[in-house]
Design a protein around this ligand. Structure first.
Ligand code: FE
Ligand code: FE
Ligand code: MG
Length: 163
């Protein structure tokens, strides 16, 4: 923990750490959602969908990394008990009981939409100036989530066009 680096944050640091840990839990579940989806998905455009899911999986893991590093910088601990991942997650996990590509896409789109809303709320709390470092990090993550939603919805549209 950097003493002055933590002191300049114009927010309740404990509350911020809790918020970032909740987002970290969401990211880990997103990693698993994409990972397992890429393994079981079946249906039209399977190869392209697999590639996209795997790519997003890697990006969600990178988000988890960024969040964990910032939590440590702020003097906190990233969630250490794996059981707390599901408990603390805000966006949750959708069990992919149906491996059809349409269902896998639907579930992941729902996750992305929840992520966008979650990060939007965090950005509101971390308004520029109060904590520009967290602000910039969340803005970067949010850019990826907006891209993820669009990527998946574009595939969904293409699949709908198959006659
Ligand atoms: Fe993410
Ligand atoms: Fe995402
Ligand atoms: Mg993509």
């Amino acid at each position: 923990m950097g003493t002055i680096g933590k002191k300049i944050v114009g927010l309740d640091v404990e509350e911020l750490i809790e918020m970032l840990n909740k987002a970290l839990a969401d990211e880990w579940l997103a990693v698993y959602q994409y990972w397992v989806g890429s393994k079981i998905v079946k249906g039209p455009m399977r190869p392209q969908v697999e590639v996209e899911l795997k790519e997003h999986q890697g990006e969600e893991l990178e988000h988890a990394n960024m969040l964990a590093d910032r939590i440590v910088q702020l003097g906190g601990d990233p969630i250490v008990d794996f059981n707390d991942i599901a408990k603390q997650s805000g966006c949750g996990y959708e069990v992919p009981n149906d491996p059809h590509v349409k269902n896998i896409l639907k579930q992941n789109i729902k996750g992305e939409q929840c992520a966008i809303e979650t990060y939007h709320k965090i950005l509101e709390k971390v308004k520029l100036g109060n904590d520009p470092i967290t602000f910039n990090m969340i803005r970067k993550i949010m850019e990826d989530e907006v891209e993820h939603e669009e990527d998946l919805q574009a595939i969904q549209e293409d699949i709908e066009m198959i006659k």
